[in-house]
Ligand binder design. Structure first.
Ligand SMILES: Cc1cc2nc3c(=O)[nH]c(=O)nc-3n(C[C@H](O)[C@H](O)[C@H](O)COP(=O)(O)O)c2cc1C
Length: 155
């Protein structure tokens, strides 16, 4: 299957989790593109308006995985901007995950993952699973691997 992993990552955590997922999918011989959204040069979290250097096209993928950091108990504004601007996801299957600093998903992770899932659903996709990875949790490594395994099992 052709899988697109579309992420926003400012400091690399979400990218690391996405690379873990990518590696798992490659074990099953899927074709995987890991695409990182790029805001305009010099952008920092909190800066608005957000201009993306490109709006990656999700249409060419059979399955999509969206990943983003939590920002102020909400979904990253870069991912929010992207999904509002992106072409339709009608008929697409997808999963979503977020990374956050705090150790418990109720500290913004569940909310941000819910916002991400809702944006995908509103664009016409079927969201098959959501994940939260808590960066300061001692269970982080396990959670990253478990999320990657869970997503792999769906595709
Ligand atoms: C502006 C800003 C707001 C943040 N707000 C939260 C938050 O509400 N809850 C949380 O757990 N982490 C928060 N974080 C931490 C990031 O979500 C966390 O470090 C994430 O893994 C960063 O992902 P990245 O390295 O892919 O950018 C915030 C970070 C920034 C820069």
């Amino acid at each position: 299957m052709k899988v697109g992993i579309i992420i926003h990552s400012h400091t690399g955590n979400t990218r690391m989790a996405a690379e873990r997922i990518e590696a798992k999918l490659l074990e099953n011989d899927h074709s995987v593109d890991l695409i990182q959204l790029q805001p305009s040069p010099g952008w920092k979290p909190g800066n608005k308006p957000i201009e993306l250097q490109a709006i990656p096209d999700p249409q060419e993928y059979d399955f999509l995985i969206f990943g983003a950091p939590v920002e102020a108990f909400s979904l990253s504004s870069v991912m929010d901007t992207y999904l509002r601007a992106a072409p339709t996801l009608q008929g697409k299957r997808c999963t979503c995950f977020v990374t956050q600093f705090f150790p418990f998903a109720w500290m913004g992770g569940h909310r941000a993952a819910g916002q991400l899932g809702k944006l995908c659903t509103e664009k016409g996709a079927t969201v098959e699973a959501k994940g939260v990875i808590n960066w300061s949790s001692p269970g982080r490594e396990h959670r990253m691997t478990a999320t990657a395994d869970r997503f792999k099992g769906l595709i």
